[in-house]
Design a protein around this ligand. Structure first.
Ligand code: NAD
Length: 386
């Protein structure tokens, strides 16, 4: 199968779907790989490195798309001009694998379906043990959790570690992490490595031990009995619980230097955990990094893609697409996730997975032009727009 890797076209996207190392692995699996010239440069991968790994370079996106039996990307195909959509350049019946973002960019879904494509959306890969090596959501959340702490540290007017020097003692920064899923746990680990004192909260009871094992204190409060779905995600909390949670957070805010907010509920607006009045409790110079910015934000003052500074001197960073700020390692993880999914769906030896395979079925958004994923049924009738 010919696998095609175009340059990403979304502004400020610096990742690339496949690294040279993964190109070499795919060649060993019997595939050919075509790469658009310059596709990996922003992530630190040269055209020469792709050629050495066995890829063929193509100078333009048009040629690249025409060559694709399997198109791999980070972002879904996007409009090139008002009249032309990237997906329309795909050969009929090709396969697309990458993030689909169908709820925010439904036009990509419809253009791909219009080309009778089969689409495997990485955000739909089921979060089961067998599919962990294909879980790009977790990989990217890991990168975001790490980078969120560095953003906070760079903005904060004090240092993170305890330092005892001849000139005096510097006390450690106090960090509160809200939501301890994949990103939150990585944020705890990163803040601890920098020497901060860390507290964290998550309504899922299983998280308490994970937080403690990373050296952070768990914010104790009565947890709801049915906080978790069968898939391990948090359910939407009741308004009464959120009020209690806000009180517990408010009690800690006056001493906090940094809040990293990562709380999300699948398919819903992110819960408001820090209100405008709560921000007023924080010290001048304190920093909130809101990783839920694109889902509406955990802080009432968050603006996605912007840093807001309050009259009281608190900065609220509405973090967006942090993996693109660490493109080399983010691409490395993303490419390995893609490789593992490709290997699972199109094995070199042995049979392809059965039609009812949980990963093949779960990740498939569109099959030969038909929108098949249950979560996308509501988008079926939307007309395509360029
Ligand atoms: P997410 O990004 O959807 O949410 C982030 C965190 O916010 C979650 O930990 C959630 O519990 C928390 N949250 C929700 N409401 C909150 C509130 N009111 N206050 C504070 N925190 C709140 O979650 P995620 O990081 O993608 O994953 C969550 C869980 O999914 C994991 O911890 C794990 O159990 C499961 N998971 C399983 C696999 C696997 O088995 N392959 C892979 C990844 C994740």
């Amino acid at each position: 199968m010919n696998i095609a890797v175009p340059r990403e076209t979304i502004p400020s996207e610096t990742r690339v779907a496949l690294t040279p190392a993964v190109v070499a692995l795919l060649k060993r699996e019997g595939h050919t790989v075509t790469v658009q010239a310059g596709a990996g440069l922003a992530a630190g991968f040269t055209d020469e490195a792709y050629v050495q790994a066995g890829a063929t370079l193509l100078p333009t996106a048009a040629e690249l798309y025409r060559s694709a039996e399997l198109l791999v990307k980070v972002h879904p195909p996007a409009p090139r001009t008002e009249l032309v959509h990237e997906a329309d350049a795909l050969p009929e019946g090709a396969i697309y694998m990458g993030f689909l973002n169908a709820f925010t960019q439904p036009e990509a879904l419809h253009h791909l379906a219009g080309r009778k494509a089969t689409v495997y959306a990485l955000e739909f890969v089921p979060r089961i043990t067998r599919a962990q090596s294909m879980d790009a959501l977790s990989s990217m959340a890991t990168v975001s959790g790490y980078k969120s702490v560095l953003l906070a540290a760079a903005r904060l007017p004090k240092m993170f570690p305890l330092l005892m020097t001849a000139a005096g003692t510097i006390t450690p920064a106090q960090v509160l992490i809200l939501g301890a899923g994949v990103a939150g746990l990585q944020a705890i680990a990163t803040a601890r490595r920098l020497g901060a004192k860390v507290e964290a909260f998550d309504p899922r009871p299983a998280v308490r031990e994970q937080v403690k094992s990373l050296g952070a204190a768990f914010v104790e409060m009565e947890l709801p009995k049915d906080a978790e779905t069968a898939g391990g995600y948090a359910k939407e909390m009741s308004p009464e619980f959120l009020v209690k949670e806000q009180e517990a957070i408010a009690a800690r805010l006056p001493k906090m230097d940094v809040v990293i907010a990562t709380a999300q509920v699948f398919g819903k607006r992110a819960p408001i955990l820090v209100t405008v009045d709560m921000v007023k409790l924080m010290k001048p110079g304190a920093v909130i990094v809101d990783l839920a910015a694109e889902q509406g934000g955990n802080c009432e003052l968050t603006q996605a893609g912007r840093t807001v500074e309050t009259p009281g001197g608190v900065s609220i960073i509405g973090a967006v697409n942090l993996p693109a700020t660490v493109p080399q390692d983010a691409s490395l993880l993303y490419a390995k996730n893609l490789f593992n999914l490709i290997k699972h769906l199109f094995p070199k030896t042995g049979p392809a997975p059965e039609a009812d395979d949980e990963i093949a079925r779960g990740a498939c958004a569109v099959r030969a032009g038909e929108i098949v994923h249950p979560a996308l049924q509501g988008l079926k009738d939307k007309p395509a727009s360029p």
